[in-house]
Design a protein around this ligand. Structure first.
Ligand code: TRP
Length: 334
């Protein structure tokens, strides 16, 4: 039997998880969980790279919220490993080893670092080091495929470069080269208020009407969709429309499963109001069961925390053996 490929991905417990995270990530992961050997992580150590944003009570709640949303979106802890990064200390330990092998220039060049650092006047070393911890996450599990958005491609390239460097210096480390797995184009959801930017967890937290939060009330979801930006035309066509209408049409396409032709026929001659109502129905049909499962899970925190501990135990078994291999390759006494 050919063994399944290892998949690893993670979401930071910050901001407001939204429809774009569902369509582009969580739902995809859940739909493909039988094909791969999956490890899904709540990357809480990454979340403290902007320490000013951390409020301990809210942080703890957000970590558990994201873990519960993984399960509520259909990731089954019996099939996939779900765990909290901070419960597996090997991540921090491999990150140290990798740090010592990372040229500073590689980190200073990263576009995400330059973006984030440019917005703040006091930056922590952790923010610069973010890609090294991410590389540790991926390499610890001999990961072959990393499902991430387009914006994370540079981080995967970085991980490959670092793995190559370590393997060249210490061949016995035998780190596995990971490859990104980018979701299909239609799975990229844009901001409802501004369809030129990707729907964002951080913008959605402060700006009403930007995103559909997976835990938003039906009233807020309705408001966000009905006030979505469109254009001055009124015919919904995939090839002749502005980015706002295209975003709504793409949402309808991925959520309904209908063809482009069927969708254009359905809304023919009815204006954008009808399209928005149609999108709203589809979105509610997707979000309602997620919210129902989420509410069930939050009633039983003990179950959730126990599930995460079991996930961490399994993850740790794999991570510890990779770390041992790397330490031995370097000459540590293990
Ligand atoms: N940087 C990723 C993001 O912001 C989160 C992340 C951290 C991650 N470690 C990872 C994603 C490992 C995939 C694999 O989306």
């Amino acid at each position: 039997m050919v063994s399944k490929q290892r998949v690893f991905s993670g979401v930071q417990p910050t901001g407001k998880l939204h429809l774009g995270n569902y369509i582009g990530a969580l739902k995809q992961w859940a739909d493909h969980q039988d094909e791969y050997d999956n490890i899904f992580c709540v990357v809480d150590l990454h979340a403290i790279t902007i320490p000013e944003a951390i409020n301990p009570k809210l942080f703890r709640a957000k970590i558990l919220e994201v873990a519960a949303l993984y399960i509520a979106c259909g990731i089954d802890p019996a099939k996939s490993t779900i765990f909290l990064q901070s419960q597996v200390p090997e991540h921090s330990e491999l990150a140290w080893v990798l740090n010592c092998l990372t040229p500073l220039g590689w980190l200073q060049r990263m576009t995400q670092f330059k973006d984030k650092a440019g917005k703040s006047d006091s930056i922590g070393t952790g923010l610069l080091d973010y890609p090294v911890l991410m590389a540790a996450d991926i390499l610890l599990y001999d990961t072959q495929k990393v499902p991430v958005g387009e914006d994370q491609k540079q981080h995967i390239e970085f991980t490959r470069d670092l793995a190559q460097r370590l393997n060249t210096m210490f061949p016995e480390a035998k780190l596995v080269m990971p490859a990104p797995m980018i979701p299909p184009a239609g799975a990229r959801v844009m901001g409802l208020d501004d369809p030129t930017v990707k729907m964002s967890k951080s913008i959605g937290e402060t700006k009403k009407g930007h995103s559909v939060g997976l835990l938003d009330t039906p009233g807020d979801i309705k408001k966000a969709i009905m006030s979505a930006q469109t254009d001055s035309d009124n015919e919904a066509r995939f090839d002749h429309c502005g980015p706002g209408v295209r975003n709504l049409l793409d949402l309808y396409l991925v959520l309904s499963g209908l063809s482009k032709h069927e969708i254009e026929e359905k809304f023919h001659g009815q204006g954008y109001g009808a399209l928005k109502k149609g999108v709203l129905e589809q979105v509610m049909a997707a979000v309602e069961p997620v919210q129902a499962r989420f509410n069930e899970l939050t009633k039983d925190q003990a179950y959730l925390e126990e599930t995460l501990r079991q996930g961490a135990d399994r993850a740790r078994g794999i991570a510890a053996s990779t770390l041992k291999r790397v330490k031995e390759a370097i000459g540590f006494v293990v």
